[in-house]
Each structure stands twice: as C-alpha cells, then as structure tokens.
Write a protein that binds this ligand. Structure first.
Ligand code: UDP
Length: 248
C-alpha cells in the first residue's frame, strides 16, 4: 500500500486521501436536501483530519437532491441523460455548502467542478488539483466525472487514481461492509478485510461495479467506514482500525 507508516507522534498514516461523501450524508436522516447541522458535523471532522497533516480531496455525491437513475424508465418528460446532468449539478450545490462550512472553520478550500461553471467553481484540472493539495488546501471535487450514466463512486475512484491518493475512503452511515444490510438484518456480519473479488462475487453493496473494477485494476485500497462516529475521519486518515479495508 502506497502510504507512510503510522508513527508515535500521531502523524497521519496516509499522506493523501480521497474521501467520498454521499449526498445523503448532507441531510437529516430520512429527509432530503441539505441539513446544515450535518454539513457542519462533517466539516468539523474533515478539518480535524486535515489538521493532522493529511492532504484531503473530497468527492461529493448528490443523492440527497437527485439521482439520474430515478428517471431511467421515463419515456416522456426528463430524459435519463438530462437527469444525470441534473445529478451532477446537485453535487455542486452540496459542494458549495461544504465549502462554506469548511471556510467558516478557517480551512482553505477550493471547489473544483468537472462541468465548467466559472462563477461558482474552478474547472477541475488534475495538475491544479494536486498543487492545491500540496499547498495544504482541501479540494472539493464536484460534478462527478462530468459524464452521465455513472455515479460519484466512479468519479471518486478515478480522482483517487489520477491525484495519486494513497487510499479511497468511502464514508457511510454503517461501520463498514456487512454480509447483509445491517439496518435490516441484525445478524449481518461486519467484515474487517475483503478482497476486491469478494466484493464483486458476493455482490456486496460497497460502490458501483465500475468503481470497484477501477480500484482493483490499479490496486487502489478502499476503506469503508462510519463517518457518523465523531472523530472517525481523523482515525481513518491516521490508519487506526476503523471500518472495512478492501484490497488485493
Ligand atoms: N452523476 C453522473 N456522472 C458522474 C457522477 C454523478 O451522471 O460522474 C449523476 C448520477 O445521475 C448520480 C447523480 O449524479 O446519480 C448524483 O450522484 P450519486 O448518485 O453518485 O450521489 P450519492 O449517491 O453519492 O449521493
């Protein structure tokens, strides 16, 4: 794994991480839209993790507002491709919220969008993104890949690879990857380590299949962990034992 070793001074184990946050993490449980309390809770944790010296690139989902697949079987009205673009724009709305929350806390941030919209975000340019990270800025990567029919999981895998991140961390509401949905099945077993192949063969709901395939091909480790437990983002970047690690 391309990471520096954890040390006794509490420095981060990972030098550069890609943190994927779903749109749902931006809203109150069971609701849609943006709950500022939720966004601030995430921002505080990200700030704490960044203060430990880790470079963090964030990929933001948009499912709290809209997902393109909702319009999959619609023959009239909004076409599916259009809906995917709407979903990408939703991630920009979330990105703006997170940027303000982080800046309220004094973090230096850049919002970068895969779809050009110069009035609100910088265009995503890989080398520029890396430079921001090197200068200690948090980068918020919005509008997914800029192309329809995929999800922000795929965008997260792609950005993790091209930005040279040590690991892709997927923040979820549960403690990691389970044998079944732990919110429905109390007997579901939590896995601590998994091979990419096991995720694919057992059809475990971790990330979409394109994202898993990309990570597997390029040996990008994935950590699935619970961001709802305060301090877990910092624990994760320090390499402390949280969640499920997926590798080769
Ligand atoms: N989307 C897309 N291309 C991308 C990333 C996202 O078309 O590269 C669209 C897709 O419709 C997706 C929506 O944006 O459903 C919102 O992203 P996602 O569903 O990944 O959000 P999350 O589930 O993480 O909240």
């Amino acid at each position: 794994m391309a990471a520096t070793a954890a040390n006794s001074e509490g420095e981060p184990r990972y030098k550069r991480v890609l943190l994927k946050l779903s749109g749902e993490s931006f809203s109150h449980a069971g609701e849609r839209g943006i709950g500022m309390e939720e966004v601030m809770q995430i921002a505080r944790q990200v700030q704490q993790a960044a203060e430990s010296g880790c470079q963090i690139a964030l990929v933001i989902g948009g499912g709290n507002i809209l997902r393109g697949a909702q319009f999959k079987n619609h023959n009239v009205g909004i076409q599916e491709a259009t809906a995917h673009y709407m979903g990408m724009l939703a991630t920009v709305i979330n990105g703006l919220a997170l940027q303000d929350a982080l800046e309220t806390l004094g973090c230096s941030t850049r919002l970068m969008s895969a779809i050009r919209m110069d009035g609100v975000a910088e265009p995503y340019i890989r080398r520029r993104g890396k430079r921001h990270l090197e200068k200690g800025r948090l980068i918020i990567l919005a509008a997914g890949t800029g192309s329809p029919y995929v999800t922000t999981d795929t965008a997260a895998a792609q950005r993790a690879l091209e930005l040279g991140c040590d690991i892709l961390m997927k923040a979820t509401r549960v403690d990691g990857v389970y044998s079944d949905d732990p919110e429905k099945n109390p007997h579901a077993v939590l896995y601590r380590e998994l091979h990419y192949n096991a995720v694919r063969e057992q059809n475990l709901r971790v990330m979409d299949s394109t994202a898993i395939a990309q990570c597997m091909e390029h040996k990008m480790p994935i950590l699935v962990f619970n961001y709802k437990k305060d301090g877990n983002i910092q624990r994760a970047v320090r390499g402390e034992r949280v969640g499920t690690i997926i590798g080769g």
